[in-house]
Ligand binder design. Structure first.
Ligand code: NAP
Length: 438
């Protein structure tokens, strides 16, 4: 074994970084044996130098991450600061000054992955980011390496633990969105400002990364269609249960049926209880991959948290250190297929639509005609009178009409809904939800 240690600069020592440092120290001998050389923490960049950081030599702490990455003797930079800047500039400087990089930064990878990969390739360095998607779950490396000989057609994932916790609570306890969010906040699953999670921004960043890797093409954050889950109601869960489904916030990356394009999207969707993702409870993450030769694969585990995320970071650190010793680099960006990313309107899926309609003869036929005119074929219709909406002064009471469609393009469904809103007999469109996983 080489005795001269590989030097690691840790940028950030928060939830993830502190665990990376702890595991590096606690498992130093095992890591050295697995890598073939000891790894040494050479510096730790933080914002608040005065903060007590257990187990970290205060002499290693610096508030000047730029100076740390420019030292010239650093072999690997571990970036766990998060956000776009200064992380982006620091990673680029790291490459220029001889270091490979391990990052957990999904926001940056989704926004600027192509440029960062190009910089890594230019300097002959590694850029690894297993922790950026679904925390501890091995997913990037299986897609990049284990499935490199296969053809992935679809990736369907629960990649945000906060929203899965909230939806699971709504499903199992009957709680409303706000009540479930309050519980998630109290338990530390949701941040004080939960926007990034509940509006699907976090999942969209992960969808962009996953789609790019799965389909060997570039998928930017802006290419990902995104809908949050704040509008999901208890009534939606009741409708889902009536169909033998639950509701999950899904990141869905698909290759079009003709193979000529891909799509990436994040939105709440009804999912049959028989689907493996339906049983993913609480704050767990899981990703379901469908590929041509391997078939259906499921990756499951903790998608966040200091120690689970640090596990993925350490795995990357070992891989990158091994590459360094072998004077090689691992796989870089693979975007050779150059497949275009289609707009949401071209996505083909099924829909569950809940309408409030006038309870009188002929309404069902009128609604069915609108669907037919837009080329959306109806699978089932369920009509129910609503005695709470008796309106004797006008044209009778109100009924709720639940329509489940066969597969249709999203644009066709949008056109249908717009036309339905224009009908006198349709009092309102109570909810529209896509049905996935069949
Ligand atoms: N937390 C998770 O469960 C999780 C899961 C997967 C991926 N990630 C990703 O991991 C990364 C880190 O997340 P985290 O939860 O560990 O964040 P965090 O707890 O907020 O830690 C951020 C660290 O960066 C330091 N920092 C911030 N700005 C800095 C600057 N300008 N210069 C130097 N240091 C700076 C902070 O210093 P101070 O300590 O002095 O404040 C802190 O140590 C993010 O990209 C995140 O998306 C996190």
């Amino acid at each position: 074994m080489r005795t001269r240690p590989l030097k690691v600069a840790l940028l950030g020592c928060g939830v993830v970084g502190s665990e990376v440092a702890r595991i590096m120290t606690a498992h130093a001998e095992d890591l050295a044996a697995r890598i073939g050389a000891p790894v040494e923490l050479a510096g730790v960049a933080v914002r608040r130098p005065g903060k007590v950081r257990e187990g970290i030599d205060p002499a290693l702490i610096t508030t000047d991450p730029t100076a740390l990455v420019k030292r010239g003797d650093i072999d690997v930079v571990v970036e766990v600061i998060g956000g776009i800047e200064p992380a982006r500039g620091l990673i680029t400087e790291a490459f220029a000054h001889g270091a490979s990089v391990v990052s957990a930064n999904k926001a940056l990878l989704a926004k600027d992955g192509a440029a960062l990969h190009a910089a890594a390739a230019r300097y002959g360095r590694d850029l690894y980011y297993e922790a950026a998607v679904a925390g501890a779950i091995p997913l990037i490396r299986p897609l990049r390496e284990s499935l490199a000989g296969d053809k992935v057609n679809r990736v369907l994932g629960i990649v945000n633990g906060t929203t899965n916790f909230i939806l699971d609570k709504m499903d199992t306890t009957g709680a409303g969105y706000q009540e479930a969010l309050d519980e998630a906040t109290a338990l530390g699953y949701a941040e004080a400002d939960p926007t990034a999670d509940v509006e699907g921004f976090d999942a969209a960043a992960k969808a962009a990364i996953l789609a790019g890797i799965a389909f060997h093409t570039r998928v930017r954050l802006d290419d990902v269609y995104r809908e949050g889950m704040t509008e999901v109601t208890s009534a939606d869960f009741a409708s889902a249960r009536a169909m033998g489904c639950t509701i999950k916030l899904l990141a869905i990356c698909e290759r079009a049926a003709d193979g000529g394009s891909v799509t990436a999207r994040v939105h709440p969707a009804m999912l049959p209880l028989s689907h493996p993702l339906a049983s993913v409870r609480e704050a767990y993450n899981a990703v379901f991959v469908e590929s041509e030769a391997a078939g259906r694969l499921m990756f499951y585990g903790p998608g966040a948290g200091g120690s689970p995320t640090a596990s993925a970071v350490l795995g990357d650190l070992v891989a990158v250190c091994r590459n360094k010793l072998g004077e090689a680099t691992g796989p870089g960006e693979s975007a050779y297929t150059n497949l275009p990313v289609s707009a949401m309107g071209e996505v083909v899926t099924r829909y569950h639509i809940s309408l409030d309609v006038a309870d009188k003869p002929g309404v069902l036929a009128q609604v069915a005609t609108v669907f037919a005119e837009h080329g959306v074929s109806i699978d089932t219709v369920r009509q129910q009178s609503r005695p709470d909406f008796q309106d004797t002064a006008s044209d009778g009471g109100e009924a709720s009409l639940v329509v489940v469609t066969h597969r249709a393009p999203d644009a066709a469904l949008s056109g249908t809904v717009e036309a339905l809103r224009g009908l006198d007999t349709v009092r309102g469109v109570a909810s529209i939800m896509r049905v996935e996983g069949e």
